[in-house]
Every structure is written in structure tokens, then in C-alpha cells.
Design a protein around this ligand. Structure first.
Ligand code: GLP
Length: 241
């Protein structure tokens, strides 16, 4: 595991964007796994700026979603599908056809989870998976005590995660209780994992993930099992390392 400490969030975003651009120069049709939340936004902005400047061609890139709320109506602005289309797919000038994601409004959610795992495999697997980290150490929506071998499946959010994500909704009770998330086992199949964390609020989770024991109680600690992981943290998030 490589740990890189950068000055601040924009520097972290620029570094990850450079890494994605380098991948796309090697493999123009790479499958990029993207995360939601506030942390990766500087990455998408920096990458879109590189596209506008003509320094990278993303036209053949494909985008895969990490997780999704269950039960939000299709087109809800805070469904992760909407967020990824708005923050990643459209700014990069990609077509919706380049986008893969689980169906959070399916009648049979379990079948939708299995279909998504199959779709990822059929697409050749994720080349680079960008991850954020929850304050409780979750990755995707794999909350503490998730199986380290888990596949894409339905999960129930903890009170803490619902409270953390309430800022995206008009009121806290609108945050869905259930989600679909790529499992930890699914995430570990990506060829390169890049975890980005910024801000003091993530310092404890980062320290446990990077320097603590591998444990289901800290889902991000499973990254220690993967042969190609880059952890990029700003000085504030590195505060407990
Ligand atoms: C959600 C997402 C995660 C993300 C986390 C942290 O729970 N499912 O993928 O890493 O939020 O979000 P933020 O970057 O806003 O702190």
C-alpha cells in the first residue's frame, strides 16, 4: 500500500486526476469505478479541466458506479446515478451509454445486485476504483461488520452514515435506510484501488484503515489485502497516521 500525503483537497484531486489520465493514455477504454460524496468532486473537476485543455482523451472511457440508494424514484437528484451523471459523465462529455450502475429502483433488488456484479465482470472488470471513506471506516456503503468477501448486495445504513449524508437531502428523514453497494470482495477485484480522504474528520478512520488490523469492523482495512492500493490523504486526514 502506497500512502501519499498532499497539502490539501485540491492537491489530492489533481493527483488522482493525473493518475486517471495516465491510465487512459495506456488504456483508452478503461473502466473507471467512481465514488460519490464530497471528497472525489475535486478529482472530477480536475479531470474535466484536463479534458477541456485537450491533455487527455476520455472519449472511450467507461464509468462504473460504486453504490446506490434503494427506493429513490428514478431521476431523483440525489440518487447516485443522478449524481454520477451530473458530476462525472456529463462534465467529461461522455454518453450515458458509457455508464454502468445498479438499479436502485428495481422490484427485485437482490436480482439487480447480482446483475450488476455480472455486468462489471462482462465489462472486463474495473481498472481503477476511486474510493472515499466514511467516518466509521466504510467503503462504498459497506458498513462496519460487512463481510470482507461480500459481493454486491443490499445493506442497511447505520445511523451515523444517514446523519453524515443528511446534508444532501432536504431533511434527515429523507435519507434512505437501504442501499445497494458493491461488496468488499467486489471492490477488491478492481485492478487498482485509490482511496482519497480529506479533512480532519476522516483522520481516525484513515489511521485505522491503514495502520490498524484488517477487520470487518473497519471495512476500509480490507484494502491492506489488495496488491495495488494508493491512499491519498491531505495533511488533516493524515493527522493520526
Ligand atoms: C457515502 C458513499 C461513500 C463515500 C462516503 C464519504 O457513504 N457511499 O462512497 O466514500 O459517503 O463521503 P464524503 O466524501 O462526502 O465524506
Amino acid at each position: 500500500m502506497e500512502v501519499v500525503i498532499v497539502k490539501d483537497a485540491p492537491a489530492g484531486g489533481a493527483l488522482v486526476a493525473d493518475s486517471i489520465a495516465a491510465l487512459l493514455r495506456r488504456k483508452p477504454d478503461a473502466l473507471l469505478g467512481v465514488a460519490t460524496g464530497s471528497t472525489p468532486l475535486p478529482v472530477y473537476q480536475a479531470l474535466a479541466a484536463q479534458v477541456r485543455a485537450g491533455s487527455v482523451d476520455v472519449s472511450r472511457a467507461r464509468i462504473a458506479q460504486l453504490d446506490e440508494y434503494v427506493g429513490l424514484p428514478p431521476g431523483h437528484p440525489e440518487s447516485y446515478r443522478s449524481v454520477v451523471l451530473r458530476e462525472v459523465v456529463e462534465p467529461l462529455g461522455l454518453d450515458e451509454a458509457a455508464f454502468l450502475g445498479p438499479d436502485g429502483s428495481a422490484d427485485d433488488v437482490q436480482a439487480a445486485c447480482e446483475a450488476y456484479d455480472r455486468a462489471l465482470a462482462e465489462a472486463g472488470g474495473v481498472d481503477l476504483q476511486l474510493l472515499g471513506i466514511g467516518t466509521d471506516g466504510h467503503i462504498g456503503f459497506n458498513e462496519p461488520c460487512s463481510s470482507l468477501a461480500s459481493r454486491t448486495r443490499i445493506k442497511t445504513l447505520t445511523r451515523q452514515t444517514r446523519a453524515d449524508n443528511a446534508r444532501f437531502f432536504d431533511s434527515p428523514d429523507q435519507v434512505p435506510h437501504h442501499v445497494i453497494t458493491q461488496g468488499i470482495g467486489t471492490i477488491l477485484e478492481a485492478r487498482h484501488l485509490v482511496l482519497l480522504a480529506t479533512g480532519e474528520g476522516k483522520a481516525e478512520a484513515v489511521a485505522q484503515a491503514v495502520e490498524g488490523p484488517v477487520a470487518a469492523l473497519v471495512p476500509a482495512s480490507a484494502l491492506q489485502l489488495h496488491p495495488h492500493v494508493t491512499v491519498i490523504v491531505d495533511e488533516a486526514a493524515a493527522g493520526r497516521l
